[in-house]
Write a protein that binds this ligand. Sequence first.
Ligand code: DX5
Ligand code: ZN
Length: 213
Amino acid sequence: MVKIAPSILSADFANLGREVEALEKAGADIIHIDVMDGNFVPNLTIGPCVVKALRRYTQLPFDVHLMVKNPEQMIPWFAEAGADIITVHAEACKHLDKTLATIREYGVKAGVSLNPATNEDCLRYILDKLDLILIMSVNPGFGGQSFIKSQLEKITSVKELIGNKKIEIEVDGGINPMTAAECAAAGADILVAGTAVFAGGEYQKNINNLRQY
Ligand code: DX5
Ligand code: ZN
């Protein structure tokens, strides 16, 4: 069954501890944390001290999505703050192979994210360093955007590339019950959803709807 990773980008930022507790109660599998630096993407969000403060509110894995330039220096910050997965953007790393190795040295799972326009061929020679591939189905920076259909084909290609290796495919952006079904059918293992989980405050019902495919 596909795992649901709510993005706290759509949460009430004045009550993040309570929001994370509520998501766990509602049946979330993973907490997705969108870190934006106002440089790689035109938005500024969460730093390591917030991640550290949230750590005592839930046992769920923290999936830290770094939408930042030169993420290398931030790996120790987020590892020490309690991240279980750290995902960097292929477009933001000069030495991607080395950056992934560094993430694992901190005992954290290593992920690579690809923007919609980025070809999955760049993953071919780093598969042995990867625990997760995050396919962006919107241009990163903001919640509430529409799913970019062409990324379904990328999910299929990445699935093929992975073969029987133990790497999970995560899809992020514009996920709703309809696009969730399409992503799951194409081979996604984890779906990130902000808008669709937080809509109307009915977290449990919304999470269940995303699994109904
Ligand atoms: C976008 C973020 C996503 C986003 C998803 O840059 O990486 O995690 O919050 O939000 P929705 O589900 O609203 O598209
Ligand atoms: Zn994200």
